[in-house]
Design a binder for this molecule. Structure first.
Ligand SMILES: [Mg+2]
Length: 111
């Protein structure tokens, strides 16, 4: 059954959202509870930050490479975010475009 789950080469953001929708359906993961996804996003974000902290300390982490764990935790965060977008009917590419149009109007202050 997992064999049917194929992520195409050079996917668009929409392709990634569709892949995550299918993956969550096939694995019977949360498709309806927005609170659970919020908790998962916080948890996975914490794991990503922890991996970054380990990397900053010079630790050898993850799958042999120094950034291996960071890479995998970033993927976890992305998966949760894509699932949240699906749950809320958000087209992430359109959201990004819309937000960047807003950001272009902002005046950015350097700290
Ligand atoms: Mg994780």
């Amino acid at each position: 059954m997992e064999d049917e789950l194929i992520l195409k080469e050079n996917p668009t953001l929409g392709d990634l959202q569709r892949y995550v929708r299918k993956m969550k359906e096939m694995r019977q993961l949360n498709l309806t509870d927005p609170r659970l996804d919020c908790m998962m996003l916080a948890e996975e974000s914490g794991e990503l930050i922890s991996a970054v902290r380990k990397h900053m300390k010079g630790g050898s982490v993850g799958s042999g490479s120094q950034t291996g764990e960071i890479e995998l935790e970033m993927a976890d965060v992305l998966i949760i975010l894509l699932g949240m977008a699906n749950m809320h009917g958000v087209d992430l590419e359109q959201a990004l475009r819309r937000k960047e149009e807003i950001n272009k109007q902002r005046i950015w202050k350097r700290i």
